[in-house]
Design a protein around this ligand. Structure first.
Ligand code: ACO
Length: 399
């Protein structure tokens, strides 16, 4: 019989790093971040510059192809995306199979995976042309099906992409245009969304991106890998935090607005409650995206004339936490999700769609990381473990 304890000695040195807090999984040229200094750059450009001066499609091109596009290249990219905005009619049968109450992230993950069935060419990308086509298809169809998850939950008829409008404007139209009348999103709204998508576009080897790379490392196709990324993003410790933040702020509001009470709960080690939207695995100083988003939230609410008590609670909570020794000593600062939900709410986006918004923003990052992983010919991801279960046991059949 094999002695498992002897075998263990033959496996060599295995490092255990739960949560991969100190383990790098790859080399990457895409995103640089310095958690101590609060620096975030895409392909060498600062997030502050990009959020201020670039468009989401420009940033998507930059992340995916490595350089900012010329005017012509950007136009070409946008046109190539438009060629693929139709989604196979049979996808509607799949969406009809879900109950109206299904969470949009679950539906989005399933629909993204289902795209493989209708676009088999985007599954095996063997050359640059196929890779480019798979990228444009993903950028096009993901946006459409993301908005379909919302329309399904509302019982609205499904909408089609309008090729006369821009990408972000299309998002609003796909979501909110009803057969009863025309819909026009305000430029302030489009601008704010563009910024939000840029801020979410990539964040190096976070949970969902690592998942996309890991799934892709087995040479699963782009849609299948992105679908796995959507599932990873869904959790409340990752992208799901923006929904959790809003729910927490609403709960505080309903409870009478006593932020101190919730602060005390978050500090109580016997209480599982955490202050949602606070803390970050990498940023141990501040999250540079939170600064930009805080300003954008203020601008959007002022321009749209929204007077939201939730924003007041958010500000009070942030001020109290920043003064609190528990949060200070653990370097817990508001992260990007603390303010994004407030903007989404002002734009009329329902709470359970917040993480879908994050996914739309993160899509070019996932694509860029997947492409880099394939181009670098990275080996299949396959971590090791240290076995802590039973030694060999004898199987005795039941009489
Ligand atoms: N509220 C209260 N305490 C917290 C919080 C919080 N939000 N975040 C961390 N802590 C405490 C922990 O209890 C721990 O305390 P201890 O040292 O006394 O045990 C200490 O701070 C360190 O926390 P870890 O969980 O070890 O930090 P980690 O880097 O593993 O987790 C995470 C980071 C998951 C983001 C965490 O801060 C958290 O759960 N935050 C709330 C959820 C959230 O906002 N997630 C969004 C992340 S950003 C994004 O995905 C875009």
């Amino acid at each position: 019989a094999i002695d498992i304890n002897k075998l263990r000695d033959l496996t060599g040195v295995i490092t255990i790093d739960p949560g991969y807090k100190n383990s790098g999984s790859c080399k990457s040229e895409i995103t640089f971040l310095d958690g101590e200094l609060g620096i975030l750059r895409y392909r060498g450009y600062s997030i502050e510059d990009l959020a201020e001066k670039a468009s989401f499609l420009e940033v998507s091109y930059l992340l995916i192809f490595g350089e900012l596009p010329t005017t012509q290249q950007l136009e070409q990219f946008e046109n190539d995306i438009k060629k693929h905005t139709l989604v196979n009619e049979e996808m509607k049968n799949i969406i009809d199979g879900f109950p109206k109450t299904a969470h949009p992230m679950g539906v989005l993950s399933a629909l993204t995976s289902a795209l493989t069935a209708f676009n088999p060419k985007a599954v095996n990308v063997d050359n640059e042309k196929e890779m480019y086509e798979a990228i444009c298809k993903t950028m096009a169809k993901f946006l459409v099906i993301a908005t379909w998850t919302y329309r399904k939950s509302m019982g609205y008829p499904l909408n089609y992409y309008d090729n006369t409008k821009g990408y972000v404007e299309n998002f609003m139209q796909l979501m909110f245009q009803l057969p009863t009348g025309p819909y026009k999103a305000s430029p302030v709204v489009i601008d704010a969304l563009d910024k939000l998508f840029i801020l979410h576009a990539d964040h190096e080897q976070n949970c969902s991106t690592s998942t996309v790379r890991m799934v892709g490392s087995s040479h699963a196709g782009l849609f299948a890998s992105i679908s796995a990324g959507v599932s990873a993003l869904w959790g409340p410790l990752h992208g799901g935090a923006n929904q959790a933040v809003l729910e927490m702020l609403e709960e505080i509001n309903k409870d009478g607005g006593d932020t101190d009470k919730f602060l005390a709960k978050a500090k109580d080690k016997n209480d599982p409650f955490r202050l949602m939207g606070f803390g970050h695995r990498v940023y141990k100083n501040f999250d540079p995206r939170a600064k930009i988003i805080k300003k954008a939230a203020k601008e959007v609410l002022e321009t749209l004339g929204v007077n939201d008590p939730i924003l007041e609670i958010a500000k009070k909570l942030e001020a109290a936490a920043l003064e609190d020794d528990y949060f200070k000593s653990r370097n817990l600062y508001p992260n990007v999700d603390f303010y994004s939900g407030i903007i989404y709410r002002a734009l009329g986006i329902p709470t359970d769609m917040f993480t879908v918004m994050f996914a739309i923003g993160r899509l070019p990052g996932w694509i860029a990381q997947w492409k880099e992983m394939r181009e670098n010919k990275e080996p299949i991801g396959r971590p090791r473990q240290i076995y802590t279960g039973h030694p060999l046991r004898e199987f005795k059949p039941n009489k």
